[in-house]
Design a protein around this ligand. Structure first.
Ligand SMILES: Cc1cc2nc3c(=O)[nH]c(=O)nc-3n(C[C@H](O)[C@H](O)[C@H](O)COP(=O)(O)OP(=O)(O)OC[C@H]3O[C@@H](n4cnc5c(N)ncnc54)[C@H](O)[C@@H]3O)c2cc1C
Ligand SMILES: Cc1ccn(-c2ncnc3[nH]cnc23)c1
Length: 523
């Protein structure tokens, strides 16, 4: 099965088979079908072939061939394919199955720096899953500082977006913790880049949505890893108190030594207490019953949770007591609903891999491999209460879609504006990630949830609430120009420089053709 058959002449140049990589190119429908959709299941588009590279040189050979061919064809690196709107697809072109390199080279593609390197770092292949990076670095008592909520994502995939999570308020997004990259550009050149070397490519590729090159290695800063985590959730019905406390916890008023290491937050619409699951991986049925009673007693249409975590080591009783005292001191300054503090004590890996538990529950309920019409926004702090009033107390007041809503603040000064990821451009020094992570359980759901997402963005536009999409999806070039704003000219220039045929990651739908990339850059 999957024996190589001559590539369909319609799709790709026949002499592609003369390349040394021909044996790693698969065109069978079973293989191409797997690369024709993604986690979101909101887009479908078949490639002509899938390349299973053994090394970055294989990727460079493919891209060189396409970019120098009279008819360049699209090439899309695919990490885990956990995009939600077709961003990793290559209609009519070749999808590069990045994970093949990990299978071929095993853990030789995760290398922790020699003892004494300050700060320590790990060189991780772009195809590596964060869970595997974690396991490898923990063997040295080290770990990356910033984590996405879910770890079965690739290094290249999250660095092509930004890589956000509850540690980002202190250490910035994952892209702020990268010291060096190896990138295969859109002309097939293999380039090492950093803040000081080929820096325009380095900054472009970080958050670059796969537009400027394929990340085949990232050098990521590490820190000593804790052994244990005190993981808490604090319930609020007053959104002003909820956001005030979140912003206090991420502010410099709380020193690194006494503060939480992780701060996120969730919004639970009240109807979900009546119709949703009676227990979750974090809350027991008893907890949920208490929360449901709170929800029924309050005017607020939602319960807001601060989710926080404090790292500690249990090697000495003192450090355990100290962490408990630190926690109590912090909680004493917060205004959550009295008695509505829920605590778990887990290992560092159990905490970081917590969404795996959610995945298990959702998979067993047949709610994981369903369409995910997501909407991820960055909203300036100064407008977050207006956003809450318009969305949670307005549009979604009586809604009860399946999925979760995240809402947590980050400090803008931890982000580097030279990187491609867009964050709100106003004067606020804090902005919120608000993620509507819907699961569509029926075809109607998809349409309704898409409409709900559109109405949220329309409400912001009408109320003049500036926002930027994270994991962005825009259906027109005007949409992308608005997304990138003042950065657009630079982005087009870098696209023309590093991917002049505009073959890379077409699923993002930013540049649809070569002439477009060149044309825009020279306009
Ligand atoms: C359950 C779940 C939880 C998530 N949680 C978080 C979270 O907490 N924080 C967060 O920031 N994100 C989160 N995400 C979003 C995640 O960052 C993106 O979906 C990311 O793209 C997934 O990585 P991937 O390996 O699947 O990339 P893919 O979806 O395969 O690719 C993403 C894009 O990057 C390109 N690309 C892939 N690999 C490379 C590479 N090596 N070099 C250059 N371009 C490349 C692709 O062409 C595509 O355009 C989550 C996603 C899911 C499904
Ligand atoms: C884009 C993004 C950010 C966080 N997620 C998540 N997806 C699924 N389950 C989650 N639980 C916490 N964050 C989650 C998804």
């Amino acid at each position: 099965a999957g024996q190589l058959r001559p590539l369909p002449s319609a799709g790709l140049p026949g002499d592609l088979l003369d390349l040394g990589i021909a044996s790693r190119l698969r065109t069978d429908t079973n293989t191409t079908a797997k690369a024709s959709t993604d986690f979101g299941q909101m887009a479908k588009a078949s490639p002509e072939a899938v390349l299973h590279p053994r090394t970055p040189a294989d990727i460079a050979a493919l891209i060189r061939f396409s970019s120098s061919s009279p008819a360049p064809f699209p090439v899309a690196p695919r990490g885990q394919g956990h995009s939600w709107r077709g961003q990793s697809l290559a209609p009519g072109g070749v999808v590069v199955d990045m994970r093949s390199m990990g299978r071929a080279a095993g853990h030789r593609r995760i290398n922790v720096s020699a003892a004494g390197a300050e700060p320590p770092y790990v060189d991780a292949g772009g195809e590596q899953l964060w869970i595997d990076v974690l396991r490898a670095t923990l063997q040295h008592g080290l770990a990356p500082r910033v984590w996405t909520d879910y770890l079965r994502l690739t290094v290249g995939g999250t660095l092509s977006n930004a890589g956000i999570g509850g540690q980002a308020f202190r250490h910035g997004p994952q892209i702020a913790n990268v010291q060096e990259l190896d990138v295969v550009t859109g002309t097939g050149e293999m380039v090492t880049c950093s803040r000081d070397k080929n820096s325009d490519l380095f900054f472009a590729a970080l958050g670059g949505l796969g537009q400027f090159g394929v990340i085949t290695r990232a050098r990521i800063r590490l820190e000593p890893a804790p052994k244990r985590v005190r993981w808490v959730r604090l319930a609020y019905t007053d959104v002003a108190m909820f956001t005030k406390d979140q912003e206090f916890l991420i502010s410099s008023q709380v020193g690194e030594e006494v503060g939480f290491n992780y701060v996120e937050g969730q919004v639970q619409l009240n109807r979900s207490f009546v119709e949703g699951p009676k227990s979750t991986p974090f809350f027991s049925t008893l907890d949920m019953n208490r929360l449901a009673r709170l929800a029924s007693r309050t005017e607020s249409p939602a319960i807001y949770y601060i989710e926080a975590a404090m790292y500690y080591n249990e090697d000495t009783t003192i450090s355990v007591d100290q962490s408990l005292q630190k926690m109590d001191a912090l909680l004493g300054q917060l205004s959550f609903h009295p008695g509505f503090v829920f605590t778990k004590d887990v290992t560092f890996v159990q905490f970081l891999d917590r969404v795996r538990e959610e995945e298990r529950v959702l998979r067993s309920a047949g709610m994981w491999e369903v369409p995910h019409p997501w909407l991820n926004l960055f909203v300036p702090r100064s407008r977050i209460l207006d956003f809450d009033t318009g969305v949670f107390k307005g549009l979604l007041r009586d809604a009860n879609p399946a999925g979760i809503i995240l809402m947590y603040p980050m400090n803008k000064d931890r982000w580097d504006n030279r990187m491609t990821t867009m964050i709100p451009t106003g004067d606020d020094d804090v902005f919120y990630a608000v993620s509507f992570l819907w699961s569509a359980l029926s075809v109607d759901d998809v349409e309704q949830l898409e409409k709900a997402n559109e109405s949220v963005m329309d409400l912001c536009a009408k109320a003049d609430i500036e926002f930027k999409q994270y994991l962005p999806h825009h259906t027109s070039q005007d949409g992308w120009k608005q997304h990138f704003g003042a950065k657009w000219g630079k982005i087009a220039e870098l696209k023309a420089k590093y991917d002049p045929q505009a073959i890379l990651s077409p699923g993002q739908k930013i540049f649809t053709s070569r002439t477009e990339a060149i044309g825009i850059a020279t306009a």
